[in-house]
Write a protein that binds this ligand. Structure first.
Ligand SMILES: Cc1ncc(COP(=O)(O)O)c(C=O)c1O
Length: 396
């Protein structure tokens, strides 16, 4: 409890936990500034804070350790996830690295065989150098997952839907397997966001985000977050956040807070547009296969329907004509911009084999050379379909 007489405390924000997601997105952590009444949280740029007396300060001491704009974002995010705590970082990869501090030499990490290449690079490329063992698992095979879990397993790292093949993993089923085991279930929820999917409520221990994507939502900020309920893990990760120092700048936090306020309306439109684009692609003769969890033809559709509110804006597809045709399509769109990253309001298109996932070529992570990934934005859907249609018609 906040005690006005005690030093080194923050006044707790108003608790909006009985309110709907959209309301919490706008009000949680966003109490009007007590000195001016500003309805928008201030951008606190200070790197250091005055002590009233030796060892007595108003909850903030040094900019790496804590910052009021960052706290506003962390409170907002924790509220949206209905979680006990959230911690924000300089990138999604920095958040993943921070989870890595939970590992000791000899510990094992099980990870999806379809995963963002940077996470693969960090877990397999970097952490293995420090005595961490990593094993690729197909989390759609529950027996194989059960068999892979051993006494050394410390983290089970699930991404769903996956980047870039849009595979869906049953979070509750994996949580049932890890439950009672020392392994912590981590879910990278970047593609789904807390609006569409709530892994903690399905039994996960930790959720991680690249907030660079849908949470920021406007392709203008790089950031990451970890969200969880266990206070001991939260305290440890917060201490490591301070010890390792990969914190976001106050302005990055401010931009992310602003983006997060409109997450629900953006995700509804991203999802509706992506479903329409994926449906169009499925009927196009130049398209070999479409991967979108919202399509009934997707092998994970029933699981996605159970655990997601809608299916997000990410879709990928393979074209007839191999890598050459895929290159022509990604170079032939005008509205869909040829660029890495995802989750902004503008539509993007890319070739994972040669762009985002080039570092996993030749590993167990399968990315076909004729695969194209789209981040479907919130422009008018008819314009998007016309754009992809003209690029396909000229290329395939
Ligand atoms: C699913 C997923 N997780 C994590 C990351 C890493 O995030 P960042 O680029 O913010 O470090 C990305 C980046 O593309 C991603 O797509």
């Amino acid at each position: 409890m906040f005690d006005a007489e005690k030093p080194n405390q923050r006044r707790p924000p108003v608790n909006w936990s009985d309110k709907h997601f959209e309301t919490r997105a706008i009000r949680s952590g966003q109490d009007p500034d007590p000195t001016t009444g500003s309805v928008v949280i201030p951008l606190h740029m200070a790197s250091t804070y005055r002590h009233d007396r030796l060892g007595e300060f108003k909850g903030f001491e040094y900019g790496r350790t804590g910052n009021p704009t960052r706290t506003a974002l962390e409170d907002q995010l924790a509220s949206l996830e209905q979680a006990q705590w959230a911690l924000c970082f300089a990138s999604g990869t920095a958040a993943a690295q921070n989870i890595g501090w939970l590992l000791d030499p000899g510990d094992e990490v099980l990870l999806s065989n379809d995963i963002y290449s940077g996470t693969y690079r960090l877990l397999v490329g970097t952490l293995e150098r420090y005595g961490i063992v990593t094993t690729l698992v197909d989390f759609n095979d529950l027996d194989a997952t059960r068999a892979a879990l051993g006494p050394a397993t410390k983290l089970v790292w699930v991404e769903t839907p996956t980047n870039p093949n849009l595979k869906v993993t049953d979070i509750a089923a994996i949580a049932e397997i890890t439950n009672g085991h020392r392994a912590l279930l981590v879910v990278d929820n970047t593609f789904a966001t807390p609006y569409l999917q709530q892994p903690l409520r399905l039994g996960a221990d930790l959720v991680m985000y690249s907030t660079t994507k849908y949470i920021g939502g406007h392709s203008d900020v790089v950031g990451g977050a970890i969200v969880g309920n266990d206070p001991a893990i939260g305290d440890f990760l917060q201490a490591q956040q301070n010890a390792a120092g990969a914190v976001p700048s106050p302005f990055d936090c401010w931009l992310t807070v602003r983006g997060l306020k409109t997450l629900a309306v953006r995700m509804d439109r991203h999802s509706a547009n992506a479903l329409a684009v994926a449906g169009f692609l499925e009927g196009h003769p130049g398209v070999k296969r479409v991967f979108y969890p919202g399509l009934p033809s997707h092998p994970g559709h029933d699981i996605a329907k159970r655990q997601m509110r809608a299916f997000s804006g990410m879709a990928s597809f393979e074209v007839h004509g191999g890598e050459d045709a895929a290159r022509k399509v990604v170079e032939g769109t005008k509205l869909f911009l040829l660029a890495e990253s995802l989750g902004g309001v503008e539509s993007l298109i890319e070739h994972p084999h040669l762009m985002t996932h080039i570092s996993v070529q030749g590993t167990g992570v399968g990315v076909s050379p004729d695969l194209i990934r789209m981040s479907v934005g919130i422009e008018h859907v008819d314009d998007l379909i016309a754009d992809i249609a003209q690029a396909l018609d000229r290329a395939v």
